[in-house]
Design a protein around this ligand. Structure first.
Ligand code: ATP
Length: 766
């Protein structure tokens, strides 16, 4: 059979600098030496270039040249496969063939979705497409219970939603739909369509989307979207509505498969955005909504908040430092912040956060904005920090809103208390330190407000005040839920940031890529198991097939003496700095005998960064700010000030914010059965690690479905397909890896009849 693979006229793909891949064909082939089966192959590509290669039949069968390890050109599929719904139906599974099908479906036929086995590949259209209406929902719901190839419907998000719903009903088992992809790829939009689909299963969805004041559970579940977006999304250079946190939303169903509530977990809200935004980016939407919508608030609050003046012409009103670190306009094209403010308020009311509580939230947000306007200067001739008197008004306003004494705040911010063998004395902070403390307080309050909101939504939508992680142990399928109904199973949507690799990568990318390593591991083992199951079904020997596991990379990050452990150790030392952290990394992880050799790599530019060989490629992390971001907390004096505030809501919020970390940490310590680190404030990475642990454990208990969102071009242009960009994302999200696994085994799949039809003929070598 090997002889006929590259017979004359066979279509192949060639790598091309300009277009990624271009077609070509075998123009001539001859068997040079019968004894070792050496064949000379001549190809001509689309650019009329001739390429000649010598290969043995063994090389051809293996698809790589033994001597050079060079690959032979991948084979092209026949044109009738150009639009297949499922990539795994391709007789030849290789990168160019996959790209060709996806490109053809997307750019020519305006089809966003393609299956790749258990994965749905979703390409962002960057324009409105009429495929999510009630009529379409009904079509997909109408196909209930049928297999994909038994229905005459295009691949769709709704197929995945429907499959999850039916599997939940059939198996009484929890389901998770993992939606991943890079920023702007369409995860949040996809997650919303799936949630709408679920919400519509027993209701009239047109009501759910348009009706103003319904209070059905479905409506409450959908109302979580605008709330989370207002508080957790921001304009970034890549996406005007970018989610700056990960979320796992479980939609809870009773035994009649009716929605009875929802439960939300969130991961790692980006805190740094509160005090600083890059050029052309914004702070969280809610701040602009509040400034633009303040006119709609009662007069007393309007005066108290001190935001007036901003509601006239925001483009040149940059009164608030926290909203003006980027030089861009405050406005987002086609976004009406004032209208969105009323939508956010309405959604808050729907989930049971009344207007009194809403004002309490806005009071804290206004407090944060004024806090940012407190100027910190040098005391004359020294480096010591003092609060500039010109910002006394901002200080007064911020502290009035936060219910804290301005004098106490000013003192604690400019001076720190040092405890030297039981004797306490005050020492001045530098300006940088004081600014860091001021911003740290703002970030801490905002993060706590976010945690509080999530907890309130969970209480109101069915979870009660269950601590994250606890319910995984305690939970039974018959756990009682709200309104006296019984929660039986859930369908969850995990909307999580994909693998990130920027010019400069920091703590956030490190955490995100760590999460992706964990999810990738589960994904690959899932795919591998399915592959094995298929071989078993066909009675094919699969014992020789191996796949590369990313466990060594996970060990490097979360192992006992791995990067996270060293980061935490250094963060807890009063003397710890970013420099001492990287020195520690280098000394502990870089020795020639280290088990992490090849995964923890030298950085070309010395001690500013470290490099990890991730499954999706090498990423260098700049260590600047790692420790500060990881500590992520406020000094004890400030915590005391916040906890002693006369603003009862701030106290409540700070309590929730402080406990989220501690609960997580305690849970993770139980899980890992290591000694509880009592009295220590959990660091950001330890909180993240334990919430990831809880997540991966939860995923193991559910049946998982995968949606990989892909950004087809950087310019957000509808129907434009940049092959190189798409290939990189398919690699990062594991689609190409699954193809590789398949290729390690049996990459060519023909139906018996097709096989006889093609290979039943005699070889065509001359
Ligand atoms: N199915 C779709 N139909 C039409 N437009 C879409 C669709 N999916 C995404 N978009 C467009 O792409 C933009 C980015 O999508 P989305 O916010 O869902 O990306 P994301 O992957 O969640 O990004 P981030 O990680 O930054 O939150 C949307 O605001 C919308 O304009």
């Amino acid at each position: 059979m090997a002889e006929s693979i590259y017979s004359q006229g066979t279509k192949v793909w060639f790598e091309d600098k300009e277009s990624g891949w271009i077609p070509g064909e075998v123009s001539f082939c001859s068997l040079l030496a019968q004894e070792d089966g050496t064949v000379e192959l001549t190809f001509v590509n689309q650019r009329k270039k001739e390429i000649t290669m010598k290969a043995t039949l063994e090389d051809i069968a293996r698809n790589s040249m033994k001597d050079t390890k060079q690959s032979l050109p991948p084979l092209c599929n026949a044109p009738e496969y150009d639009q297949v719904n499922d990539l795994t139906q391709l007789p030849y599974l290789n990168e160019p063939s996959i790209l060709h099908v996806i490109r053809n479906r997307y750019s020519t036929h305006k089809q966003l979705y393609t299956y790749s086995g258990i994965v749905l590949v979703a390409i962002n259209p960057f324009t409105e497409v009429q495929i999510y209406g009630q009529d379409v929902i009904q079509m997909y719901a109408g196909a209930a219970g049928k297999k994909r190839d038994e229905i005459d419907l295009d691949p769709h998000l709704f197929t995945i939603a429907e499959e999850a719903y039916r599997a939940m009903q059939r198996d009484s088992r929890d389901q998770t739909i993992i939606v991943s992809g890079e920023s702007g790829a369409g995860k949040t939009e996809s997650a919303k369509y799936i949630m709408r689909y679920m919400a519509s299963m027993k209701s009239d969805v047109s009501n759910l989307i348009h009706e103003e004041a319904a209070s059905s559970v479905e409506h409450q579940v959908l109302a979580t979207n605008p709330i989370l977006e207002a508080f957790g999304n921001a304009k970034t250079s890549r996406n005007d509505n970018s989610s700056r946190f990960g979320k796992y939303i479980q939609i809870l169903f009773d035994s009649n498969s009716t929605i009875v509530g929802a439960r939300i977990r969130t991961y790692l809200l980006e805190r740094s955005r509160i005090s600083f935004q890059q050029r052309s980016e914004r702070n969280y939407h809610i701040f602009y909504q509040l400034c633009q919508g303040v006119a709609s608030l009662p007069d007393s609050e309007r005066a108290e908040f001190g935001l007036d003046g901003l509601d006239s012409d925001l483009t040149d009103g940059k009164e608030f430092r926290y909203l003006s670190s980027s030089s861009s306009s405050f406005k987002i094209e086609n976004v009406d912040d004032a209208a969105n403010f009323s939508a956010t308020r309405q959604a808050l009311s729907i989930v049971g956060i009344d207007s009194g509580k809403q004002l309490s939230i806005f009071r804290l947000l206004a407090g944060i904005l004024h806090l940012g306007n407190i100027d910190i200067q040098h005391r004359r001739d020294t480096k010591d920090a003092i609060i500039d008197h010109k910002s006394d008004i901002a200080l007064g306003k911020a502290m009035e809103l936060l219910g804290i004494s301005a004098e106490d705040f000013a003192r604690c911010t400019t001076k720190k208390v040092i405890d030297a063998r039981g004797e306490k004395y005050e020492s001045a902070r530098t300006v940088d330190q004081a600014v860091g403390v001021r911003d740290g307080v703002a970030k801490f309050i905002y993060d706590s407000v976010f945690d509080w909101l999530v907890r309130r939504i969970n209480e109101s939508l069915g979870e009660g005040s269950v601590v994250e992680g606890e319910e995984d142990e305690d939970r039974t399928y018959e756990k009682s839920s709200r309104k006296g109904q019984r929660e039986r199973t859930f369908i969850a949507v995990l909307d999580i940031y994909g693998f990130e690799h920027f010019q400069t990568n920091s703590f956030e990318q490190f955490c995100i890529n760590y999460a992706n390593e964990k999810l990738q591991q589960q994904f690959i083992s899932h795919v591998f198991k399915l592959e094995q199951a298929e071989y078993a079904l066909e009675s094919i020997d699969w014992t020789t097939i191996d796949f590369s596991d990313n466990q060594p990379c996970i060990d490097l990050i979360e192992g006992r003496l791995g990067i996270l452990a060293l980061l935490d150790e250094e963060s807890r030392l009063a003397t710890g700095t970013d420099d001492s952290f990287i020195e520690k990394l280098n000394s502990q992880l870089k020795s020639p005998s280290s088990q992490h050799k090849g995964i923890f790599k030298d950085h070309l530019h010395g001690n500013e960064a470290f490099t990890i060989a991730h499954y999706a490629g090498d990423v260098s992390y700049n260590i600047d700010g790692f420790l500060e971001k990881n500590r992520g907390t406020v000094p004890d004096e400030h915590r005391d000030l916040l906890m002693g505030s006369t603003n009862a809501f701030l106290r409540e919020v700070v309590e929730v914010g402080s406990n989220v970390g501690i609960d997580n940490h305690a849970t993770s310590n139980v899980h890992h059965s290591s000694k509880a680190v009592s009295g220590r404030k959990p660091t950001q990475c330890s909180i993240f690690k334990s919430s990831l642990f809880t997540l991966t454990e939860a995923l193991k208990q559910t049946s998982v479905h995968y949606i990989r969102c892909i950004k087809p071009n950087e310019d957000k242009t509808p129907w434009m397909f940049d092959g190189g960009l798409v290939a990189a994302q398919l690699r990062a999200c594991g689609v190409l890896e699954t193809i590789r696994i398949t290729s390690e085994g049996y990459p060519t799949r023909w139906k018996y009849e097709e096989f006889v039809d093609r290979y039943g003929k005699s070889p065509t070598y001359r």
